[in-house]
Design a protein around this ligand. Structure first.
Ligand code: PLP
Length: 428
């Protein structure tokens, strides 16, 4: 949060006043810090480069799904970051933002034939094959296009991990990846085809993982599979270690540091002679963004319950409703406590007609009044990308700050634009 600090009594994003942004852009709005994105990428890059003996120049492929705004992607692309993508749309975004195809990984459990063909034609670095059925579809597509894509086989290590059941992807019952024995058989089968080149193995076991133990177990499995495949005469040159390292959300569990995470990976892969790829999403983006919102009113019940009703809702930030996530809520201009201004426990809610539209229950917050601005911190990842227009609430805008300058990088649509998107059936 170093780039969202108090200055003259109010929070700023780098050198830009959040109060001024709220005036200019309206609320709710996401605000991202270029300096934080840059710092997060730099920390990981430096850690990866400190272990060149383990893997040469490791690829850092930002998981686009965490925050796919073109300006966010372009900011990272200019630092040399690659992209981990899960759809044709994300590949198109990464290319449009200036990520070279040679740094784009295409992952995902349900890639369509059209998406596979698109990825092959663009010459992406690597397609991560997640099932035997997908390989069966990929081979004839590659043959028809006359190209030989490099592929990795995504392993399901039967190690589920992550901050919530809905973001665990490596467990036995999860839909992602292929069990180790089957994955090795598939690797051998792929190598026998002249239409694809298997180059490595991939895994991604979950998200918001705060402890390195499950990640280490998964990386060890990739290592032993690499050794076994090589013993069978296969060539294995790349390991894609996935993403999933958690970030410190204020009030949440303490998290292993990126440096410790990378050092652990280097220790596990030591001497193996593979190129490593990391696919961080949340790690780069989460704490680079806040959701800025205004207090509509404070509703007090006879039983003493207080509801802080915000103009942001679950359609703008769904993580609390979907994953029970904790986001710190801060006043943009904190009021002095004292007199009537005592800190109070609030149920913090949005205006949507669903009980799920609750950001926090019984949250102790400093004194607030109608019209005050607040921010949700840690909202740069899995925030705006999951937003919708539920309740016909205009899609939440996004703003990128860089020092003293700022730009609207996704505008809020007008109601006219929203209605114009829906052509009336011609019989009505
Ligand atoms: C979601 C995802 C990531 C990124 O996960 P984070 O927890 O945001 O780091 C990386 N790789 C794959 C394959 C993913 O699906």
């Amino acid at each position: 949060m170093h780039h969202f600090d108090l200055k003259d009594g109010a929070l700023q994003a780098e050198g830009v006043s959040l109060e001024a942004l709220a005036e200019a852009v309206g609320t709710p709005a996401y605000v991202y810090s270029t300096a934080t994105l840059t710092r997060h990428y730099g920390v990981l890059r430096e850690a990866a480069d400190a272990h060149r003996e383990a893997w040469g120049d490791a690829l850092i492929a930002y998981a686009v799904k965490a925050n796919s705004n073109l300006s966010v992607l372009a900011t990272l692309a200019r630092l040399g970051c690659g992209a981990d993508t899960v759809s044709e749309g994300e590949i198109r975004r990464a290319l449009a933002a200036g990520v070279p195809a040679g740094k784009i990984i295409f992952s995902g459990v349900g890639k369509t034939d059209g998406e596979l063909a698109f990825a092959i034609q663009q010459g992406v670095r690597q397609i991560n094959v997640e099932s035997p059925a997908e390989l069966d579809r990929l081979i004839p597509i590659a043959e028809r296009l006359g190209k030989v894509p490099e592929i990795a086989i995504r392993v399901n290590p039967k190690i589920g991990a992550g901050g919530h059941a809905k973001i665990t992807t490596g467990g036995e019952g999860d839909k992602f990846g292929i069990p180790a024995d089957e994955a090795m058989a598939l690797y051998v089968r792929a190598a026998a085809s002249p239409h694809v080149t298997p180059v490595g193995l991939a895994c991604h076991i979950g998200s918001q993982i705060t402890d390195l133990t499950p990640l280490e177990a998964a990386f060890r499995l990739l290592r032993s599979m690499t050794e076994e495949l090589r013993a069978k005469g296969q060539t294995v040159t790349r390991l894609d270690l996935g993403g999933g390292l958690g970030v410190p959300y204020v009030g949440g569990a303490p998290t292993a540091s990126p440096a410790d995470y990378v050092a652990m990976a280097a220790r596990v892969l030591d001497g193996l002679g593979v190129e490593a790829a990391f696919e961080p999403g949340r790690l780069l983006a989460a704490n680079a963004g806040v959701l800025l919102s205004r207090v509509i009113q404070i509703t007090e019940r006879a039983d003493g319950r207080r509801f802080l009703v915000l103009d942001a809702a679950m359609n703008d930030l769904i993580r609390p409703a979907m994953y029970d996530s904790f986001h710190e809520i801060k006043a943009v201009r904190p009021r002095e406590a004292g007199g009537h201004n005592a800190p109070t426990a609030y149920d913090v809610v949005g205006p949507i007609c669903e009980t799920g539209d609750t950001f926090a229950r019984g949250r102790d917050l400093p004194p607030l009044q109608a019209g005050d601005l607040v921010v949700f911190t840690g909202a740069g990842a899995y925030g705006a990308v999951m937003s919708s227009e539920y309740n016909t609430r205009p899609l939440v805008p996004e703003v990128l700050v860089d020092g003293d300058r700022w730009a609207v990088i996704r505008p809020r649509p007008t109601y006219e634009e929203m209605l114009a998107r829906e052509p009336m059936a011609d019989w009505l």
